[in-house]
Design a protein around this ligand. Structure first.
Ligand code: DC
Length: 222
């Protein structure tokens, strides 16, 4: 098994930015499991499947063949032979992913791919159930969170920086709905693993969070 760092936490806590930076510092590969769930969601959306039709989701997700490769350190998600990275980061795909990822068949479909990557490589893997379910033996487990207000404000600032319009209250509501879905689903709900270290980034900048996680890694692994 490679050295595994699991980073779980709610939407908008900064997991991918932080995990990517930590991976770079340690020369590990970064595995974004949310992107895998988004790729399956994209497939289901393209097939016109209703996010509430669990039978159709279970049947059809099997046809979504997901794999990943790396280009200049960036994770590229391949869905049935096609690079789908440009299509994954939309609200529509995120909302479908939040629903379809609650389906046991979807989770089982992606679990092996995630475990294989961690077995073969030193990884920083982020998601919702990495420390609890996917990699229960990970050497380092982090639960990265921030208040709803802080997460909403960050997303709001991102939209403004891109020159897009945004409504802070709407974003806050979306985050609350996503949290509720991710934390209350029956299978692999988002929760802090018993042996995970809690990092609350509400009042921290990116450099501070990266430094905190590297310090935890050094303490646990060295
Ligand atoms: O982190 P993200 O927003 O890209 O994740 C998209 C959705 O996928 C999110 O609503 C929860 C789900 N997900 C999951 O259930 N388990 C994971 N390990 C990663 C993501």
């Amino acid at each position: 098994m490679g050295c595994n760092i699991a980073i779980d936490g709610p939407a908008g806590a900064g997991k991918s930015t932080i995990a990517k930076r930590v991976a770079k510092e340690l020369s590990f590969i970064y595995v974004d499991t949310g992107a895998m769930y988004r790729a399956v969601a994209l497939y289901l959306l393209k097939k016109g499947i209703d996010g509430n039709d669990s039978r159709a989701i279970a049947d059809n997700c099997q046809m979504a063949e997901v794999s990943i490769r790396y280009e200049n350190g960036e994770q590229i998600v391949i869905l049935n032979g096609e690079n789908v990275n440009p299509y994954l980061r939309t609200e529509e795909v995120g909302n479908m992913a939040s629903k379809s990822s609650a389906n046991p068949a979807v989770r089982a479909h992606l679990l092996n791919l995630q475990r294989e990557l961690a077995a073969r490589n030193d990884v920083v893997m982020d998601g919702r159930d990495i420390g609890t379910t996917v990699l229960p033996d990970a050497q380092v487990k982090i639960y990265l969170t921030a208040s709803v207000e802080a997460r909403a404000k960050r997303r709001y600032d991102e939209y403004l920086a891109k020159g897009e319009k945004a409504d802070l209250e709407e974003i806050k509501k979306d985050i609350e709905i996503r949290d509720h879905q991710d934390m209350t689903r029956e299978i692999s709900p988002l929760r802090q693993a018993d042996d995970a270290v809690l990092v609350d980034s509400s009042l921290m900048n990116i450099d501070e969070v990266v430094a905190a996680i590297l310090a935890i890694y050094k303490e646990k692994v060295k």
